[in-house]
Design a binder for this molecule. Sequence first.
Ligand SMILES: NC(=O)c1ccc[n+]([C@@H]2O[C@H](COP(=O)([O-])OP(=O)(O)OC[C@H]3O[C@@H](n4cnc5c(N)ncnc54)[C@H](OP(=O)(O)O)[C@@H]3O)[C@@H](O)[C@H]2O)c1
Length: 411
Amino acid sequence: MPYINAFLSHHVGRPGQFRSIRYVVLSYKNNVNPCQFHQPHLYYSSLKAHKQPPPPPLQQKCKQAKMKAFVTVEGRTAAVQEIPSPTPSEGEILVRVHYAAQNPTDWKAVPHRPAGRIIGCDFAGTVADANGSHWREGQRVAGFVYGTMDGPLRGAYAEYLVTGSSFVWSVPDSVTFKDASTISLAFATAVQAMFQRLGLPEPSKPATSPFPVLINGGTSSVGLYAVQLAKLAGLYVIATASKQNHDLLTALGADAVVDYKDPAWPQKVRELSHDNLQHAFDCVAEKETTATVARAMSPTNGGRVVCILPRKTAELPEDISKVKVESTIVYTVFGDPLELGDSPFENWGGPTPQDRKFWEKYLGMLPEYLESGKIKPNPSRELGGLEAVAEGFALQQQGKVRAEKLVYKIA
Ligand SMILES: NC(=O)c1ccc[n+]([C@@H]2O[C@H](COP(=O)([O-])OP(=O)(O)OC[C@H]3O[C@@H](n4cnc5c(N)ncnc54)[C@H](OP(=O)(O)O)[C@@H]3O)[C@@H](O)[C@H]2O)c1
């Protein structure tokens, strides 16, 4: 059936469709790949007569039956294996993955999933089967999936992946696949945390006067986008980073950068914000970092800290009383209920259509943000192909991935 779908969607509405459908029916009856019946001379002469540009080669859609992927295996670990290529269902597309990027969630998930799950979330590639959607085969797209999930099977460290047709963005010609692969998950997290949860003004309707916001962990993957988005939203952006990364954050729009290794940094933020910091995004969100962020907030008004690990207000030291801590998880952008056990993320549980709608809005804006240079992709380091992912996991676990994204070339 995948061959039939691919072949039909390629030919419907074009000259020669009836002959093509006959080939498909014949091939299906004979259990043969209909690509073998393709007759380019007939096809292209009829296209010429109708002055239509030639479509991408048919082979692009007739993907191989097996593919290489980095998957979970017995013993709570992972390995490159050959597995069946996925097939898109209704509302989904098939993507040929060119580059995939690494996030901490990729290696954190491995010990918690059964064998046979495909790892990886961030990707960029070409549409291999548009499956009746508005996308075209061969079109350059990027996005992220909830890697290691089953029902339906999702994962980006693979030659092909399936995703919902509304969960990818069109990659402009000026953006490489490598850069495009680094963006989606971290960008979506920053958008969700700052605009939906923290309630900051969005870039489409920036603040009329620039009130302060703190981005703790400004050089993390999420923080680099948070800094840029906060600047676009017209805010006074204070970020934390190691000293050697201050210039990077200033170039991305931060108004002030403080060194989080200096024990007096919360005091410096209070001075920079004139004791009026009421909004903070903690992109590191360890128990100690959130407590330290809380010390930088306005002592009279308090404020809100949004975290991307499951932190709670009750974890703050007793002498901090006016600060509220919330947590958010990005996977709600897919709209489906999440099963996260006793995880205290504020936004998980039942269906989340509002989070999906919000992400779809920003997916539509990403091409212009990148083309105009308003948003710059994170710096990246290419480690190799699928075989290099295990090394990348080890590097990040050892804290050796800083202010950069590890990427893998798949095709
Ligand atoms: N909830 C969600 O939906 C969600 C989504 C994405 C990520 N996350 C989680 O968020 C965390 C960060 O992910 P990521 O991919 O953005 O991380 P990452 O890129 O690996 O973060 C590395 C950066 O963190 C900075 N850093 C380390 N310790 C810090 C501290 N104490 N204070 C300030 N900055 C510090 C370092 O800055 P310097 O190099 O300047 O020292 C480094 O550049 C992970 O735990 C991840 O699992 C959650």
